[in-house]
Write a protein that binds this ligand. Structure first.
Ligand SMILES: Cc1cc2nc3c(=O)[nH]c(=O)nc-3n(C[C@H](O)[C@H](O)[C@H](O)COP(=O)(O)O)c2cc1C
Length: 319
């Protein structure tokens, strides 16, 4: 994306990056870059609707318009202030993040983030498809429309953070890139449901990832970085130590994003990760990350079938 990172560790968008103080601490702890807490289209819509419902006796439609604009502008202004303050107080790249649900006016908001000094913009895109009549092509088009609309509105680099629920992820990564994504973040981690059997209630499950969660992105980064020329990828989800960073770089990632490990262990995990990466490079006599980046990607290994194998056919034979 043209960003100059002192190391490949980016703090992922989350509550860890929602204040200037926290961002300064993360920079001090060694972070290579920061993605700000996303501004959510839903959050703005909900807040606006709450304000409108709090005053139900609107006499004129203009009053509702006023509440809408006022609330929306307030939320947007505080986000823009966070961004410009963070830019003033730190030296590492600050990446703004929008969580879009539609290719509507929020896309225009990207321009405001650029003007407030964002070094890049990350689009957090995920829609849970619940309409049985909607085709996968229609859903994919929504992603592509948002990306190309944002791309047209800003000059700064744009990355797209997605999940892995696509029929053909490689084709989707290619289409996102040709629609204007300068980089991909693979993958986001989503709220998932669980059930409380004591209360017979649906709840949300653990929000933090586990170290084994890197495998999903390792496979797809290995494949996508091989099949799509010049694609840039930040690996995300499950990265909790230096070894997982090394693995993601070996399959072809440009950088990595961390979140749960900082929530669980504090910002000092960053120094440990950098030490592990440095020790690994020393051991193998690598001078720079490009000396080993992608060395174990799909196109660079002698037995790439390991990436393609999805069934436990052989494993079960002897059991
Ligand atoms: C508490 C919490 C808040 C998050 N908020 C956001 C957000 O605002 N925008 C976003 O794109 N991702 C958000 N995420 C997802 C993280 O950025 C990250 O992609 C995910 O946690 C996977 O990385 P990890 O395994 O290192 O935690 C959040 C995650 C957590 C745990």
């Amino acid at each position: 994306m043209g960003l100059n990172l002192k190391n490949p560790i980016i703090i992922a968008s989350s509550g860890l990056t929602n204040s200037v103080e926290k961002i300064k601490d993360l920079e001090k702890a060694g972070a290579g870059a920061i993605v700000l807490k996303s501004i959510f289209e839903e959050q703005i819509n909900n807040e606006v609707n709450n304000q409108i419902n709090r005053v139900p006796q609107h006499k004129f439609p203009e009053e509702e318009d006023f509440t809408w604009n006022y609330t929306r502008n307030n939320l947007i202004t505080s986000h823009l202030n966070l961004l410009s303050e963070a830019k003033k107080e730190t030296e590492i790249p600050i990446i703004a993040s929008i969580s879009c649900m539609s290719a509507s006016e929020w896309v225009v908001f990207a321009k405001d983030l650029e003007n407030a000094g964002a070094d890049a913009l990350e689009l957090n895109l995920f829609f849970v498809p619940i309409d049985p009549h909607k085709t996968s092509e229609e859903i994919e088009q929504l992603y592509l429309r948002i990306v190309s609309k944002v791309r047209k509105n800003v000059k700064i680099p744009v990355s797209v953070k997605i999940g892995f629920y696509f029929s053909n992820l490689i084709a989707m990564a290619d289409r996102l890139t040709t629609s204007g994504a300068d980089a991909l973040v693979l993958f986001n981690r989503f709220y998932e449901p669980d059930i409380n059997l004591e209360k017979l209630e649906l709840t949300t499950s653990e929000v933090f990832s586990a170290p084994e969660d890197i495998r999903q992105s390792m496979r797809w980064i290995g494949l996508i970085s091989s099949q799509i020329p010049n694609v840039q990828i930040a690996a995300g989800t499950g990265i909790q130590d230096g070894n997982s960073i090394i693995k993601q770089l070996l399959v072809g990632a440009q950088a990595t994003q961390i979140c749960s490990s900082v929530y669980i262990n504090g910002a000092q995990v960053i120094a440990g990760m950098i030490n592990d990466l440095t020790a690994f490079m020393k051991k193998w006599h690598f001078k720079k990350i490009d000396d080993f980046r992608g060395r174990l990607s799909y196109k660079n290994i002698t037995n790439p079938a390991i990436y393609e194998r999805a069934q436990f056919m052989k494993y079960y034979e002897g059991r």
